[in-house]
Design a protein around this ligand. Structure first.
Ligand SMILES: NC(=O)c1ccc[n+]([C@@H]2O[C@H](COP(=O)([O-])OP(=O)(O)OC[C@H]3O[C@@H](n4cnc5c(N)ncnc54)[C@H](OP(=O)(O)O)[C@@H]3O)[C@@H](O)[C@H]2O)c1
Length: 254
């Protein structure tokens, strides 16, 4: 492996056992970067680590704050200070009015939102001490506005976007770059369960390339694919009356 051509030597990715996180780990490792990979499935992480000597496995449940702190400490003592942390762990449970479940909403919030908070808590002390670091949270364009059938998921992603917006200016004063990654539809085990059309569905390798390019930029938001992003950004600024008229049509046609 050659010298890293990117501004990181050590990257920690949670949610790396499959989908977007896995592809990102492989692509960063290919660039010569050491990648610490976390998720709950130790066997899938071991299989991933077998692809490259640059990938090291740290199994973890992101809802466990102590485990997140312990893992960040282990990565920093085993490898080197974490230059970039990517919080990609996430779950998607389709729910609507008829299938509404407080337990499912809480579970999605625990993994998607609190899991990212735990990762941030785990890496900030070392990054602030060094006055250097980068944190990227994977949210979704589904976090822009309320989306039918996404009653567990959309609020968790809206919370992540707000969290990143809130942290960014203050973190910058401490030398830390905070970014939000808002993908559209990407073909992964998460979307394999969907029974509805997924416009502009992307492959994980394309998502990973866009993420790597965006992470090297000073942009706050890394959003793709472009065409879906434009539609979702337009929906975001529609007045409520028009937005709910449109969403009413969506729920009637489902
Ligand atoms: N695919 C899309 O279209 C799309 C669009 C927008 C945003 N996103 C977001 O992108 C991220 C990656 O999703 P994906 O599509 O790649 O899905 P995926 O293939 O299902 O990957 C999800 C990852 O999260 C991990 N995970 C789940 N619960 C966890 C927990 N409690 N602790 C640690 N890791 C946990 C999973 O590993 P284990 O099960 O082994 O723990 C897996 O590695 C998610 O945040 C998702 O919401 C995806």
């Amino acid at each position: 492996m050659g010298e890293p051509s990117a501004p990181w030597k050590t990257v920690w990715i949670t949610g790396a056992s499959s989908g977007i996180g896995r592809r990102l780990a492989l692509d960063l490792a290919e660039m010569g970067i050491t990648v610490a990979v976390s998720a709950r499935s130790a066997d899938q992480l071991a299989e991933l680590a077998a692809h490259s000597t640059n990938i090291q496995s740290y199994p973890l449940d992101v809802t466990d704050l102590d485990a997140c702190r312990e893992t960040a400490r282990s990565v920093e003592s085993d490898i080197a200070p974490i230059d970039l942390a990517v919080a990609a762990a996430g779950i998607w449970i389709i729910r609507d009015v008829k299938s509404f479940s407080a337990q499912d909403s809480a579970q999605v919030m625990r993994v998607n939102y609190e899991g990212a908070v735990n990762v941030i808590d785990a890496v900030l002390p070392s990054m602030t001490a060094r006055r250097l670091g980068q944190v990227a949270l994977i949210a979704s364009v589904a976090g822009y506005r309320g989306i039918p059938r996404a009653v567990t998921y959309a609020p968790s992603k809206a919370a992540l976007i707000s969290l990143a917006e809130t942290l960014r200016p203050d973190a910058a004063r401490h030398g830390i770059k905070v970014q939000i990654i808002n993908p559209g539809f990407v073909r992964t085990p998460m979307t394999a369960v969907n029974d509805f059309p997924m416009p502009f569905l992307m492959e994980p390798v394309d998502a990973s390339q866009r993420i790597i390019a965006g992470l090297q930029s000073s942009r706050f938001e890394i959003v793709f694919p472009k065409r879906l992003a434009m539609i979702m950004k337009l929906l975001r600024v529609l007045p409520y009356a028009l937005y709910f008229w449109l969403m009413g049509k969506v729920v009637r046609n489902k």
